[in-house]
Design a binder for this molecule. Structure first.
Ligand SMILES: Nc1ncnc2c1ncn2[C@@H]1O[C@H](COP(=O)(O)OP(=O)(O)OP(=O)(O)O)[C@@H](O)[C@H]1O
Ligand SMILES: [Mg+2]
Length: 293
């Protein structure tokens, strides 16, 4: 089966659930090899005393940010996340096998969508927690979205250094930036980049290069990236050849066919994409569904 056939199948299945959508077709070329480029430190490293590592995030904080209370609640959404996490892990193991098409790093999973507010952070948090809870893997959930409504904001971590500080060479040891949680197999890396003397790190740091270095450093962990939307920034497109798979969130009744098509073209460098239909309860009584190829 060719990549194009698989992709068409994926979109056809999702299109059935989207009002007014017709069959979508696109092709997904093979990705280029990931860059080995090492970033130059742009500023002197921060002093270890410059920040205080936070204590583990409490379940209450995770749940306030949208995490489903695993174990306490067995509702339909929880069950669906449980199913999706096992599919993501199967894809991860498949991509990791020698000779697979993807040149991306198998332990890297990007969550993106076409536009803002479609549920990327909700999906990233719950998928990461589901893999940590049910999948028996160590999971690092990385906030790779620098806008003010990001995951770091939902988790009250906006003042913590994080991904951007590592990328800028201000914090050479990313281990020191990782925030543990009460779910022991789940950790968070905030977006960071705030504080005196940092300037606008988003303009200076290559997210794709930084994420690739991070994934090599934490090679035994599953790294879930809460990325920005494809039609708002170039980051998802730059990350596509670096990641092993992408979970693409489609908001039921809102995302338009043209937006999905344009977005999938932008991330076509990753051949392993799961389309996840979110917020579909109004039409199907299901909160979301996932479609794979
Ligand atoms: N399946 C769902 N069920 C219930 N609420 C949801 C669901 N998906 C998303 N939400 C809610 O919708 C809102 C937007 O979700 P979220 O912040 O995850 O979107 P986003 O795509 O990450 O937005 P942004 O592009 O601004 O980062 C949040 O209040 C979130 O809790
Ligand atoms: Mg978000």
């Amino acid at each position: 089966m060719t990549v194009q056939t698989k992709t068409s199948h994926l979109i056809e299945r999702a299109a059935k659930h989207l009002r007014g959508l017709e069959e979508l077709t696109r092709s997904a070329p093979l990705p280029p090899a990931p860059s080995e480029e090492a970033p130059a430190a742009r500023s002197a490293p921060l002093s270890p005393a410059a920040f205080v590592p936070p204590p583990p995030l409490e379940f209450a904080v995770l749940e306030q940010a949208g995490m489903i209370p695993w174990g306490r609640k067995r509702d339909r959404v929880a069950e669906e996340f449980r199913l999706v996490q096992s599919q993501v892990l199967r894809q991860l193991d498949a991509v990791a096998k020698p000779g697979q098409q993807s040149a991306g790093l198998s332990n890297l999973v990007m969550i993106t969508s076409s536009r803002p507010n479609e549920g990327k952070s909700f999906v990233a948090l719950n998928l990461a927690a589901a893999i940590a809870h049910f999948g028996g893997r160590q999971v690092l959930l990385v906030d790779a979205d620098a806008k003010h409504t990001s995951l770091s904001h939902h988790l009250n971590l906006t003042e913590q250094p994080g991904l951007l500080d590592f990328g800028a060479g201000l914090m050479p040891r990313p281990e020191a930036l990782v925030v543990p949680t009460r779910l022991e197999t789940l950790s968070i890396l905030p977006i960071g980049g705030v504080g005196p003397g940092r300037g606008d790190l988003t303009a200076k740091v290559s997210i794709a290069t930084t994420v690739e270095r991070l994934a090599r450093r934490f090679s035994s962990m599953v790294i879930m990236l809460d990325a920005p939307p494809c039609l708002s920034t170039s980051d998802p497109s730059a990350l596509a050849p670096v990641v092993g798979q992408i979970v693409f969130v489609v908001e039921a009744e809102r995302t338009k066919r043209g937006e999905v098509e344009s977005s999938l073209d932008l991330i076509a460098a990753c051949p392993t994409i799961t389309l996840l239909l979110n917020k579909s309860q109004l039409t199907t009584k299901s909160t979301f569904g996932a479609y794979y190829y």
